[in-house]
Structures are given as structure tokens and as C-alpha cells.
Design a binder for this molecule. Structure first.
Ligand code: NAD
Length: 255
């Protein structure tokens, strides 16, 4: 874990941080002293409670809309740490994949990463310090059937991250991906019924024979473990780590 207060004075935007992995990342950065801006949807009272808990603010921009991203980045002001984490999934054979789901997944999982990054980078370069962390996925390195849009978007996020890491290499700004395997969050729970339908399996079979079968540890990754890795990448000692894609997947992509 990072030392207490080691991110004091740093401002962090974590997209998709009202739930799951993003919330755990926000908690980890906040615990290290960063001032955190939350983003994402959810119940207003619950979000207000999270803001209180973390001493954070919240911007509820819909990251599928370029104009909303531009307004958010203007409203929240410069950030030193950008965690592009918001993402969605849809499970369907390619021939039945709804076109609007394809467009939505590419907009949120990929294009939003480009838009927040292009708007955050000038301040980071000027300051000579920055951390860009993109939540990709084991599916940025390998594929599973029926997730064509998701896998395409996550592979592309890996390529985008490597590109900006090279562009920013001499500026003090690093860019890395974190690639979790299966983390038990609403995103995973939500895809179980469609996976049951697409593969003709029961709920138990999906959990054990599809999801956990991928992970040699046979354990779901915990959101807090991803949060700890994100905070670690923000430390000073990680200044020379850039363009990397960090697996946190119980050994899935080692096979
Ligand atoms: P989640 O569903 O728990 O959280 C998603 C977050 O994104 C929420 O805060 C939600 O409000 C927000 N969001 C959704 N649509 C949005 C939009 N249009 N604009 C702004 N915010 C929006 O999901 P999670 O499992 O925590 O996933 C977070 C990230 O981790 C995603 O990029 C996902 O692809 C990736 N990931 C998840 C897993 C997993 O097993 N859960 C594995 C690998 C990668």
C-alpha cells in the first residue's frame, strides 16, 4: 500500500467510480491523500454519502457524449491523476449483436478514454507530472466468445495507452493499463443471464465453468486489490513504468 498522504496535493478523476472497481480505486487514492472527483451514475443520496466519506466531489457526466465529457473536464478543472475506468459489457453472438450496443460500448469503453485523456494531458505536461491509468481487462490481451464489442474496445485501449505512453515519455506523465480478470461487481453479475442464454448453461455453471474456470487461482479478483494496484502506479517510484499493461487476473493470461 501507498504511504499515508503520499498523494497529498494531487487531484484525481476516476471515471465510473460510483460502483465496483472505480469506487475501490477512488477509495485507495483518497486513502493516500488525493483529492478525488467521482464520476458515474447512481442513487443521488448514496453518491452524496460517498462524497462525504471520501471528501470527494461528483460529476455525473454521461461519458458516451463528447459534449458532456468536454463540459465535465472544464467544470472539474485540471487533474494530476486520470483513471479511465467507466465501462460496460454486452454478451451476444456477433450476428445478433445489437448495433446500438456496439456503438455504446465503443463510445464508453474506448472513445471516452481518448476524450478525457486529450483534455487532461496539457495540464499534466505543463506540470511535468501525471498518471493516466486505464482499466482495460484480461480481454485486452485475450478473447472470449460473444463479447466482440467489449474485446475490441479493450484491445484498443491497450494500443491507445501504449501510444500515449510513448508520446508523453519525456514529460513526467506515465500511462498504463490495469487488466483485471473477473472481479465480482454489478458488471459481472449483469452479464450472467445473457451468458446463460448464449451458452445454454445454469447460473452455477456460468460462475464455475465459464468465469472462474479462466482464473487458475479459482477466486474472483477483489475490487480493493485493483484499487491498491492503481494507487501503487501513482507513486513516485513508478515514474519509469509506462506503456505497460498490468494483469491482475489470478493467472488467467499466463496460460
Ligand atoms: P460497474 O458496473 O460496477 O461500474 C461501472 C461504473 O461506470 C459505474 O460507476 C457506472 O455508473 C459507470 N458508468 C456506466 N456507464 C456510464 C456512462 N455512460 N458515463 C459515466 N459513467 C458510466 O463495473 P466494474 O465491474 O466496476 O467495471 C469497471 C471497469 O472495469 C470497466 O471498464 C470494466 O470493463 C472493467 N473490468 C471489469 C471487470 C470485472 O470483472 N468486473 C474485469 C475486467 C475489467
Amino acid at each position: 500500500m501507498l504511504k499515508e498522504n503520499s498523494l497529498l496535493g494531487k487531484r484525481a478523476l476516476v471515471t465510473g467510480s460510483t460502483s465496483g472497481i472505480g469506487l475501490a480505486v477512488a477509495r485507495a487514492l483518497g486513502a493516500a491523500g488525493a483529492e478525488v472527483v467521482l464520476n458515474g451514475f447512481g442513487d443521488e443520496a448514496e453518491i452524496a454519502q460517498l462524497c462525504d466519506e471520501l471528501g470527494a466531489t461528483h460529476n455525473g457526466a454521461n461519458l458516451m457524449e463528447v459534449g458532456a465529457i468536454e463540459a465535465m473536464m472544464g467544470d472539474i478543472g485540471p487533474v494530476d491523476i486520470l483513471v479511465n475506468n467507466a465501462g460496460m459489457q454486452h454478451v451476444s453472438p456477433v450476428e445478433d449483436f445489437p448495433v446500438e450496443k456496439w456503438d455504446a460500448i465503443i463510445a464508453l469503453n474506448l472513445s471516452a478514454v481518448f476524450h478525457t485523456t486529450r483534455l487532461a494531458v496539457p495540464h499534466m505536461k505543463e506540470k511535468g507530472w501525471g498518471r493516466i491509468i486505464n482499466t482495460a481487462s484480461a480481454h485486452s490481451k485475450t478473447a472470449s466468445p460473444f463479447k466482440s464489442a467489449y474485446n475490441a474496445s479493450k484491445h484498443a485501449v491497450d494500443g491507445f495507452t501504449k501510444t500515449i505512453a510513448l508520446e508523453l515519455a519525456e514529460s513526467g506523465v506515465t500511462a498504463n493499463c490495469i487488466s483485471p480478470g473477473y472481479v465480482w461487481t454489478p458488471l459481472i453479475e449483469g452479464q450472467i443471464p445473457d451468458t446463460m442464454a448464449a451458452r445454454g448453461l445454469s447460473r452455477e455453471e456460468v460462475i464455475n465453468d465459464v468465469l472462474l474456470a479462466k482464473q487458475p487461482t479459482k477466486k474472483f479478483v477483489q475490487p480493493e486489490e485493483v484499487g491498491a494496484l492503481a494507487a501503487f502506479l501513482c507513486s513516485e517510484e513508478m515514474g519509469n513504468v509506462t506503456g505497460a499493461n498490468w494483469s491482475i487476473d489470478g493467472g488467467w493470461t499466463a496460460e
